[in-house]
Design a protein around this ligand. Structure first.
Ligand SMILES: C[S@@+](CC[C@H](N)C(=O)[O-])C[C@H]1O[C@@H](n2cnc3c(N)ncnc32)[C@H](O)[C@@H]1O
Length: 226
């Protein structure tokens, strides 16, 4: 079912506009302090020095949601992965401004980090406004595919939550098809209200704000790992 080649490849851009001097200094000073170790197994103890619950965000963009969740649960550890340098700068700014001690970052592919965690080790995983790869011939690149979802399923604790947000109509249909084929996740929605209303503990992301400005409907999928 899964396509290992498409899981391994990282698509999309890694750098955008040139960093200002203050941003470069922030990256140099702060990124090494919060970076996920480059190799070897990972767990709460290695990352935070204790056995705290872990949460994980794939593609945190500018980091506002990651920082919001980390602020709300200072006793949890948060791992955020984002290959886009300008996004990493944003997250470092949130970490500095909020004096957040419970966030670790990886500038690169989330799946590489996920694979190094023990199975059933995550309390939550967030995938918010993933790149839609709207052309049908690029569908294999979408993060919601059985290959990546197998890894996500393995790393979530049973009873814990996978959250997916998107405003993209192609992605909505695709995600529903893929997730409907899986027996290891249960969609929590009972009424349309449940997936069209942002839960209180779901901080708004930059892409979500942009989508709303454009008048798009935003979908908030919540799945429980069975
Ligand atoms: C459309 S943006 C959404 C950003 C943010 N979640 C938001 O809602 O504002 C998708 C992000 O996913 C990141 N991304 C793509 N593939 C990734 C991967 N394999 N691991 C981690 N992040 C990835 C991209 O760099 C991009 O910043």
């Amino acid at each position: 079912m899964s396509d290992p080649v498409s899981i391994r490849r990282l698509y999309g851009r890694r750098a955008g506009h040139k960093l200002r001097q203050g941003q470069s200094e922030l990256v140099e000073a702060a990124l090494p302090q919060v970076s996920v170790p480059e190799s070897g197994p990972l767990d709460s103890r290695i990352l935070f020095g204790d056995d705290r619950p872990l949460e994980f965000e794939i593609g945190f963009g500018a980091g506002e949601h990651l920082a919001g969740q980390a602020t709300a649960r200072p006793d949890h550890g948060f791992i955020g992965c984002e290959p886009f340098l300008n996004g990493v700068v944003g997250a470092l700014g949130h970490i500095r401004d909020g004096d957040l001690q419970n966030v670790r970052l990886h500038m690169g592919d989330a799946l590489e980090v996920l694979e190094r965690l023990p199975d059933a080790s995550l309390d939550r995983l967030y995938l918010l406004h993933p790149d839609p790869w709207r052309k049908a011939r690029h569908a294999k690149r979408r993060m919601v595919n059985h290959g990546p979802m197998d890894i996500i399923a393995a790393k979530l604790k049973p009873g814990c939550e996978f959250r997916l947000g998107t405003d993209h109509p192609v992605y909505v249909r695709w995600a529903m098809m893929i997730m409907n084929q899986r027996r290891d996740f249960e969609w929590q929605a009972q009424t349309a209200e449940d997936f069209l209303t942002r839960p209180d503990d779901w901080p708004e992301t930059r892409y979500e704000r942009k989508a709303r400005r454009l008048g798009h409907e935003v979908w908030y999928f919540r799945y429980i790992r069975v």
